[in-house]
Write a protein that binds this ligand. Structure first.
Ligand code: AMP
Ligand code: MG
Length: 528
């Protein structure tokens, strides 16, 4: 059935191509993409695939385990209708305009149109150089590909908007990487992930066209984005105007707020929120040096490249999202003429985000709705969680067992196991938590929910299992030895993150001490 997939490459039809083909590194003006072939590799081997994503594009299990699947999704063969390209985008990296970036190690194979008429773009990550690879090789290693494969699927099942992953394959070739840029290059197994999304359009796609003053292309690109990615906004029988572009920006603000609230709810830190890593659809994209909070800490970032400034730490994510939206607005303003409506939407982002964050926190606490005074209760909880090392995921699990009729000491005892070193808690730390729990209990007594409703709300908002950094690393260690079973086990577990699964208790346990500072478990560098 692989060869029966229908491709309908709207992006290529609607937008101008670079006149040159191939991977010679270059600046690509007056074009949105460049045709480039994936690089053939020695020995494609399937490591893992997602049955749900396969089903989305119309493939079944037999297709996925076939030799041809591994060939196609490692870049050795093309299916009829595939037309591979790398797209051109720019971006702000760590707050500075970086000029042209582009798909340096991503190649779009084409847009599948499935039986339901939906378009899904297939994209190989790590399939060799493109015009946008600059001084790098266009390749990816097993370590980072396992992380992308597992995490993007985990995010989907957690209910956080994200790109998906169809497959993870080995290339049979070695790739040299200096994991921490410290002069220790090592050969590592090469790998490719096939990512799947409605589109992979980033803020940076708009920014590069605006920065180059290619306003006709900017308009063409934006019109295509509305038609393909926001069909709801597309007027039936007229060309788009300023109001439509403002409506597009409003949608992007809203989707971005939704995504960040999702990250904050589950304790996800993206790690590199550059504008080239922001999807126009508000989906989590580009899983690099991301990480998951073990202990709740607004200042935490897994990205060693960002350790000094902590620009992209957990607590900064909403503010950075707004800053990134401002860069998108600066690009779009050329199409609108007047910056006022965009400024108003940007200003509204903060209150929109705050309202959604409060609604999310109400869910995490099992409240029926946000009431007067709750914002303060929520903010104080984030302070209390940072008084002593407290495991975020476990805390919210245990909080569900707090009964508002309990004495303070009993409530504190109920959540005690969420602390990393409960025996070392000071009087102040205990009093802080006790005081907050007392207020929470008081609030619960005035909430309209029944016990069952509270439990259900909390169970939907608070995962039992997340992709703890060390769990991903253990799966990587085994995979590098040729054992993929831990990847499969984690992928299956994380398909049901909100349900306790028998025999899987070790996956919801606290981070072990050895993982506190091990490379890969809490420290990652930017590109690998
Ligand atoms: P990132 O920080 O991973 O989002 O990447 C920033 C830019 O560097 C993007 O244009 C990527 O395509 C490019 N890039 C990252 N890693 C590689 C690589 N190994 N080969 C080529 N380009 C890369
Ligand atoms: Mg990127």
């Amino acid at each position: 059935m692989l060869d029966l997939l229908q491709f309908d490459n709207r992006y290529l039809r609607a937008l101008p191509a670079d006149a040159e083909q191939g991977s010679r590194r270059r600046q690509v003006a007056r074009a949105c993409y460049s045709r480039v072939q994936p690089t053939a590799v020695a020995k494609p081997q399937l490591v893992a695939y997602s049955s749900e994503v396969a089903e989305l594009i119309g493939l079944d299990e037999a297709d996925c385990v076939s030799a041809r699947f591994a060939e196609v999704f490692t870049g050795n063969a093309l299916l009829p209708g595939m037309d591979p390209v790398a797209t051109c985008y720019g971006g702000h990296q760590f707050g500075n305009w970086a000029g042209q970036l582009g798909d340096g190690r991503a190649i779009n194979l084409g847009e599948v149109r499935n039986g339901r008429g939906e378009h899904w773009t297939l994209q190989l990550k790590g399939a060799g150089p493109t015009p946008y690879s600059r001084s790098a090789d266009g390749l990816a290693v097993l370590r980072s590909s396992v992380r992308e494969f597992l995490c993007s699927e985990a995010m989907h099942y957690l209910g956080v908007p994200t790109t998906r992953a169809l497959s993870l394959t080995l290339t049979g070739e070695q790739v040299i990487r200096d994991m921490f840029y410290d002069g220790n290059p090592q050969p590592e197994p090469g790998a490719v992930v096939c990512r799947v999304a409605r589109s992979f359009t980033r803020f940076g796609h708009f920014e590069i066209l605006a920065a180059r003053g290619e306003l006709d292309l900017l308009q063409q690109f934006t019109d295509h984005t509305v038609a393909a990615d926001f069909p709801r906004l597309h007027p039936a029988e007229r060309t788009l105007g300023a109001d439509d572009y403002v409506a597009l920006f409003a949608e992007v603000c809203s989707a971005t707020a939704e995504m960040i609230v999702g990250w904050m709810r589950v304790g996800f830190v993206h790690g590199v929120m550059n504008t080239d890593n922001m999807s126009i659809l508000g989906q989590t994209i580009d899983y690099g040096p991301y990480g998951w909070l073990d202990d709740f800490d607004f200042g935490w970032t897994p990205n060693t490249t960002d350790a000094a400034g902590r620009r992209y730490c957990y607590g900064n994510q909403p503010g950075i999202a707004q800053w990134n939206l401002a860069q998108l607005a600066r690009a779009l303003v050329a199409l609108i003429g007047d910056s006022k409506p965009l400024e108003d939407l940007l200003a509204g982002f903060a209150s929109q985000y705050q309202a959604r964050w409060e609604a999310m926190m109400a869910d995490k606490l099992g409240l029926r709705a946000v009431a007067e005074g709750d914002a303060d209760l929520f903010a104080r909880l984030t302070d209390v969680l940072q008084l002593a090392e407290t495991d975020m995921t476990i805390f919210f699990q245990l909080l569900a067992h707090v009964d508002p009729q309990m004495e303070t000491d009993a409530m504190v005892a109920t959540i005690r196991d969420a602390y990393y070193t409960p025996d070392d808690l000071t009087e102040d730390q205990l009093a802080g938590m006790g005081g907050w729990l007392t207020d929470y209990a008081g609030r619960l007594r005035h909430d309209a929910s029944t016990l069952q409703q509270r439990a259900d709300t909390m169970a939907r908002a608070n995962p039992v299992y997340v992709l703890r950094n060390y769990l991903a690393q253990l799966a990587i260690d085994a995979a590098e030895e040729g054992d993929f079973s831990k990847i499969h086990e984690l992928a299956a577990l994380l398909e049901n993150p909100y349900e306790e699964q028998a025999g899987k208790e070790r996956f919801s346990a606290k981070r072990p001490d050895w993982a506190r500072s091990r490379a890969g478990c809490s420290m990652l560098s930017c590109s690998s």
